[in-house]
Structure formats: structure tokens, C-alpha cells
Design a protein around this ligand. Structure first.
Ligand SMILES: [Zn+2]
Length: 314
């Protein structure tokens, strides 16, 4: 955990934030991309290093989510701090108040950070024993009813697929513990959709544990081991057979309701990515802020226009 005092000491003003970005981007010190010359100094008003030899100006924000922002870097870093220090994240309204920007500005900042989190997690693949299930998130509190599994019933609810590694801590302690998780908003629970989700998030050769839903019946053809256990409500409720996916789903719902109250369906995937990012790093609290900063530096930015025109389930 980083205290507010520690945050202020490292990221208190524009110069410090620019220098933090510089250090991440040029660990050996700024070298001019045109002539290789050193920096004449960091110009905080323009967020550039000027080359001492040729005068070229190298931006510290180019190619990151902070590029072309009019919001001070110290406000951005505060948003990263709030997103990384609290497992509930932060609502746009609250961030707007804390850094003195409009609600739309805060909203867009948080979505840019979520995009960086999403980009980061897309590289990771689960392995070993993996529990999988789907759940219904958002919208009104009535389930898919009799319209069949994965139909999302009324169009207000979305289907989220959840896969969680089931790990054994060791032979002395046979009680399994949850490992990494992958969550994704999916259009339905059809066979092709679930196969795409699993092959995208789980390494070949892993072993999937699911209920008897026919959407999982062809997993062996996808290079995955598979054990299906039929659920009979009386003696083996699903939450006992697949504890981690069920705990994860209920924590996701609590996060969405608790912090954000109402999440627009088209942006749900980004909130799910945020939840997923922190969940997988819950034991890395002490350096989550610098990890998140690295993710934001590695991610291309996204504009408001791109965000609102993003396909619903991309
Ligand atoms: Zn130069």
C-alpha cells in the first residue's frame, strides 16, 4: 500500500510526474530519436525533452494513454493511485471532485485507464486446472427465465464468462486455492462463443472443469482436457462444485453495483477488465501503482469518439 504522503512525495507536481514518465520510457536517460543526443532538460509545460544537439523535442506522453491530454499529469497519476489502491476502484463523479475536472473528463480518464488494463491482461493465459462458468450481470434482477441459458433473457442483462485457475498450494495442504482469473463479456453461451473464450484465455493442454452444459461438450477438440459434472440442485449445488467462479461472479456484481451503481451495457466490458486486472494482482498491492503506470505507458490512447462508437461486445 502506498500512503497519500508517499504518493505526494513521488508524484506531487508536473515536473516530478514528467520525470517519472521519462524514467520509465528512457531508463538509460533520454536519447534523441533523431541524432542520439542527450536532453537539454525536461520542459514541463510541453511535456517534452529537448535534444541538446539538434533541438528535436521528444514527447514523454507520445504512444501512451496520456498523449494529447489537457489534464495535468499529476491529476492522471492521482487517478492511477485511486484505481490501484482500492479494490473498489473509483467512480468518475468522485474523481471529478477530487481533481477538479468535469464529469465527462473524469469518465474518459477512467476509461482510458481501463483500456490499458484490458490491453495488459489480453496477453495472459490461464493454465492447469481451470473452473469455468457463465453468469448474468447488470440490468434488472430477473434472470434468463425460460428462454434458455445464455440468452441473456431480457436484453438488459449481459452474459459474462468466468474462468479461474484452481491451484493446490502443496501436498501438505490439499485444499485448492484460486489462481489467476479471466473474465469476458460474451454475446451468448453458445458452444462457439464459449470455445472462443476458452481458447483465447487458457493455454492448450489445460484441464477445464465445467457443469454439464452442452456448450462445453467439444473442448477436447480444442486441445483442452475437460471434466463435466452434471449439477443436481439437491446434493451438489454449483457454488460448491465450482466455488471460485461463483465467488468471482458475485464479487464482480458487488463491484459494479457498489462503485458504479449502473453500468452502460456497451461499456460493461471495460469495467469487467478493470475488475479482472485488480483481481489478478490482489497480492501485488505494494507496487500496483507502478505496474498500472507501466500498463498506461504501453497502451495507445483512445478518444471519446472511439470509446462511444466501440462495438458493444468487442
Ligand atoms: Zn537530436
Amino acid at each position: 500500500m502506498m500512503t497519500v504522503r508517499e504518493f505526494r512525495a513521488s508524484f506531487g507536481d508536473e515536473r516530478q510526474c514528467g520525470e517519472q514518465l521519462s524514467r520509465q520510457r528512457w531508463p538509460e536517460g533520454f536519447a534523441c530519436p533523431r541524432c542520439g543526443g542527450p536532453s537539454r532538460g525536461y520542459m514541463e509545460a510541453r511535456q517534452v525533452h529537448e535534444c541538446a544537439q539538434c533541438g528535436y523535442q521528444g514527447s514523454v506522453t507520445a504512444g501512451t494513454i496520456f498523449h494529447k491530454t489537457r489534464t495535468p499529469l499529476s491529476s492522471w497519476f492521482w487517478a492511477l493511485y485511486r484505481m490501484s489502491q482500492d479494490k473498489k476502484g473509483i467512480a468518475a463523479m468522485q474523481l471529478a471532485k477530487e481533481i477538479g475536472v468535469s464529469y465527462p473528463t473524469a469518465w474518459l480518464m477512467l476509461h482510458k485507464i481501463r483500456k490499458a488494463m484490458r490491453d495488459r491482461d489480453q496477453r495472459y493465459r490461464l493454465s492447469g486446472l481451470v473452473e469455468v462458468d457463465e453468469g448474468y450481470v447488470g440490468g434488472e434482477e430477473h434472470g434468463p427465465g425460460r428462454r434458455g441459458r445464455g440468452q441473456a433473457g431480457v436484453r438488459t442483462k449481459s452474459v459474462v464468462a468466468v474462468a479461474v485457475e484452481r491451484r493446490s498450494p502443496g501436498p501438505a495442504d490439499p485444499k485448492p486455492v484460486p489462481g489467476f482469473a479471466a473474465l469476458e463479456v460474451i454475446p451468448d453461451a453458445a458452444t462457439a462463443t464459449l470455445e472462443k473464450f476458452l481458447t483465447g484465455h487458457v493455454r492448450p493442454g489445460s484441464h477445464i472443469l465445467s457443469d454439464g452444459w452442452h456448450g462445453y461438450r467439444r473442448l477436447r477438440e480444442q486441445g483442452l482436457g475437460h471434466t463435466a459434472t452434471a449439477i443436481s440442485q439437491q446434493d451438489e449445488p454449483a457454488h460448491r462444485l465450482f466455488p471460485w467462479v461463483h465467488i468471482t461472479l458475485s464479487n464482480l456484481k458487488r463491484f459494479l453495483l457498489g462503485t458504479h451503481h449502473k453500468v452502460e451495457r456497451k461499456h460493461l466490458a471495460n469495467y469487467v477488465a478493470e475488475f479482472n486486472y485488480r483481481l489478478n494482482r490482489r497480492r501485488m498491492e505494494s507496487d500496483l501503482m507502478s505496474r498500472l503506470l507501466r500498463a498506461c505507458i504501453a497502451a495507445q490512447t483512445i478518444t471519446y469518439k472511439q470509446l462511444i462508437s466501440a462495438p458493444e461486445l468487442a
